[in-house]
Design a protein around this ligand. Structure first.
Ligand code: T1G
Length: 699
């Protein structure tokens, strides 16, 4: 005889004799929102007050056990009961409480399990403490209970990496007590019966003592000072885990304070903006609706981009027809793809025994005719409009009706390419970022004629490739490269006016970029920018202060960066050293322009560089090239190495404020009014007190 009692909307009790099953049903991921917290606490208190049930089992409905606290509540006034308090009520229950976990028990979800007196995992379970990915640390006992069950090294590993731990490892480490197959409710009932039968032992986690390991704590703390100096929560994690030596209440108090401190940082705000932005950026009407089936993809060009794109498609299970004009180029492309797949195996992105079958889906050819059965073709040859027009003309004749024709061009006009075909509605831009099988950004460029189902297919392909698809309208450079072209000039002006390339790079790396712009240029090849400047020379605004002199003269020496061993830096074996010859060129260019170099502080460099980036990003939103500010933010987080904890250029802009930004531009404009102009959208924000975050809501 069972009776179900609804405690709160997402939490119910099912009474089965002297067993009580608590079910959490809060789609989509059973996050512990206030109704879940309240329901759990009331359910436990009610059952203890009734003193009828002899065992309680908590499980969840839907595709996963609790996947964490409700991230949407963060940044808002706290709503009681607080999660740690609810979990203490569970841990202090006189009636034994067990958790049955399936899917992804993450953050507060794992912490819920840890507060119970035993844990049963279902096959396929993954557990983790991913709070660090949100700029936080576990805030509901994770730093106190994992060390007690699995030791300090495991607790530090999980909380600092945020990685998902598989069920078998969780069992081996003592995070779960059993691993079984079955339906969550059935397993909960059976496990409860085992508790009553004495075959599933229960105990309070807080009654266990953390095995001492000061060396792990001290070594980790020292490592973080070197590697994560600019981050906040990693250091707090070590502090909180160290407190797990203390009795529960004292340790929880230290964890709580650390959690509140991390909640109040802009890093938390930036990283949660990144979390939701990654999902919202492709959650747009253009990405919905009917799509075309894509199983066979043609890739034209086996160079760096083409082989990367082909690798990404193969890893996603697609069949790939790789086209090159000559056998030797084709062989090189195949070799690169093979190397990429072997790299994916070594990185754990591809199972070793799947490598050969994956490679078998690659069909290289020098005959474009083999594209006749392709569902979608991606052209990835060098950036020359005449070549692309010729290729698309041929594709139009070869490819079947309904095949989608895409260009990987990073700035050329998709409309001009589409006009070379009889099917402009089937044409769009799919702009990948190098290395294309690693970088997650995919700019999906809509041509004037691109059909809705073609665009939606572009987004479906992005999802299938595990990429973040961002809609871009046609303009020179679309979203990312157009903004890059603008702020790259700022970096060049800083060097012309007195800063060294090394100072610019180190200032921006301290800000959080993985690499400064001069190191990035040396890595990508200075010749790429050189070709772009030559392409644009005829269209250059005479009022514009030319920014390319230094880079041009470096390239004229044949110094293209890492691939030639010399650029802004010298690449001698493993070392990266300043290039004195490049510094001599800088001195000479300054003299030629009559520039007296002046000193810049690192903050000056960051302020100018970021203000330039924000200005052009604002224009890109204002003219509709990007749909919303968050679209620009996701482009820079997933394609340009922008520091995730700052959320992206326009999320970061809101931390400065429109008025301050306008004041900076106005001041800088005294030196160069052509380059430093206040975007009207920013001027309006300064007047109204508006923010870029407001525009994310409205669009
Ligand atoms: N809170 C609120 N919404 C969430 C959420 C969460 N924790 N997790 C996911 N969603 C939403 C998501 O925005 C999307 O919404 C939908 O669920 C499906 O997500 C106290 C403080 C669980 C592996 O960091 O990693 O606990 O777009 O598209 O690919 O110590 O979601 O449909 O409207 O990602 O199958 C810790 C974050 C929180 C886990 C599922 N937990 N989530 O992936 O689906 S902090 C996390 C994920 C915490 C405690 C601390 C993934 C997933 P929409 P999805 P998925």
């Amino acid at each position: 005889m069972t009776a179900r009692r609804q405690i709160t909307d997402p939490v119910s009790i099912e009474d089965i004799g002297n067993i009580a099953l608590i079910c959490i049903d809060n789609p989509p991921v059973n996050a512990t929102g206030q109704a879940v917290r309240t329901g759990l606490q009331q359910a436990i208190e009610t059952l203890n007050a009734e003193a009828r049930a002899k065992v309680i089992a908590i499980y969840a409905a839907g595709r996963t056990f609790v996947a964490g606290a409700d991230i949407r509540e963060f940044g808002k006034p706290p709503a009681p009961p607080a999660l740690p308090d609810v979990f203490n009520v569970i841990e202090d229950s006189r009636i034994p409480v067990i958790a049955v976990m399936h899917g992804t028990a993450l953050g507060g979800g794992l912490e819920l399990g840890l507060a119970c007196h035993a844990r049963v995992g279902l096959a396929g379970l993954k557990v983790g403490l991913p709070e660090i990915n949100l700029g936080l640390l576990p805030g509901a006992g994770g730093t106190q209970r994992v060390p007690r069950l699995a030791g300090i090294p495991m607790a530090l590993d999980m909380a600092l990496s945020g990685r998902q731990v598989g069920a078998e490892e969780a069992l081996a480490k003592g995070l779960i007590d059993r691993l079984v197959n079955g339906d969550p409710r059935d397993v909960a009932l059976a496990a409860a019966q085992d508790v009553l039968a004495g075959t599933l032992p229960t105990r309070r986690t807080c009654d266990l003592a953390t095995p001492r390991d000061d060396k792990a704590l001290d070594d980790t703390a020292a490592m973080l000072v070197k590697t994560q100096a600019h981050m906040f929560s990693p250091h707090k994690i070590v502090e909180a885990v160290r407190a797990s030596y203390l009795p529960r209440e004292q340790g929880l108090a230290i964890e709580r304070q650390a959690f509140i401190d991390s909640m109040n940082t802009t890093q938390r705000s930036g990283m949660i903006h990144a979390f939701f932005g990654e999902r919202a950026v492709s959650n747009i009407p253009e990405a919905k609706g009917p799509v075309r089936a894509v199983d066979i993809v043609g890739v034209i060009g086996g160079g760096t981009m083409g082989s990367g794109i082909a690798t990404a498609c193969l890893l996603a299970g697609l069949s790939v027809r790789l086209i090159e004009v000559k056998d030797d180029a084709l062989a090189r492309g195949v070799a690169t793809i093979t190397k990429n797949l072997d790299g994916a195996v070594s990185r754990g992105k591809l199972a070793g025994d799947a490598r050969d079958a994956t490679l078998a889906r690659l069909h290289p050819s020098t005959d474009m005719g083999t594209l006749a059965d392709a569902d979608l073709v991606i052209e990835a040859v060098f950036e020359d409009m005449a070549v692309k027009k010729d290729i698309f003309g041929k594709l139009d004749a070869i490819c079947k009706p309904g095949a989608i024709l895409a260009s990987n061009t990073s700035y050329l006009d998709i409309n001009l390419i589409a006009d070379c075909t009889s099917r402009p509605g089937d044409v769009l831009g799919l702009h990948f970022f190098s290395p294309a099988h690693v970088m997650r950004l995919l700019e999906i460029v809509r041509g004037a004629a691109t059909l809705p189902d073609v665009l939606a297919t572009g987004f479906a392909l992005a999802k299938r490739l595990g990429k973040v698809g961002v809609l871009a309208q046609v303009c020179d450079g679309f979203i990312g490269n157009r903004i890059l072209a603008h702020y790259s000039r700022c970096a060049a002006y800083l060097v012309l006016d007195g800063a060294s390339p090394q100072q610019v790079d180190s200032a921006l790396e301290s800000f959080g970029f993985a690499m400064g712009p001069h190191k990035v240029g040396d890595l990508a090849g200075l010749d790429i920018g050189w070709m772009t400047r030559k392409r644009k020379a005829a269209d250059r605004d005479p009022a514009e202060r030319y920014a390319g002199d230094v880079a041009d003269r470096i390239c004229e020496q044949g110094w293209f960066g890492r691939k030639t061993g010399k650029g802004y830096y010298l690449y001698d074996g493993g070392a990266t050293l300043p290039n004195p010859d490049a510094d001599a060129i800088i001195t000479q260019v300054r003299a030629d322009h009559g520039i007296t170099p002046r000193a810049f502080t690192d903050q000056d460099i960051v302020d100018r560089y970021m203000t330039a980036m924000i200005s052009e990003a604002a224009r890109v939103v204002a003219d509709g090239t990007a749909r919303r500010p968050l679209d620009v933010d996701m482009v820079f987080l997933f394609g340009y190495g922008f520091p995730r904890h700052r959320g992206g250029p326009l999320h970061y802009a809101d931390t400065i404020g429109a008025q301050a930004l306008v004041a900076r531009i106005t001041a800088y404009a005294k030196d160069d009014p052509q380059y430093w102009q206040v975007p009207p959208i920013l001027a309006r924000m300064a007047e109204t007190g508006g923010t870029f975050a407001d525009l994310n809501k409205d669009a």
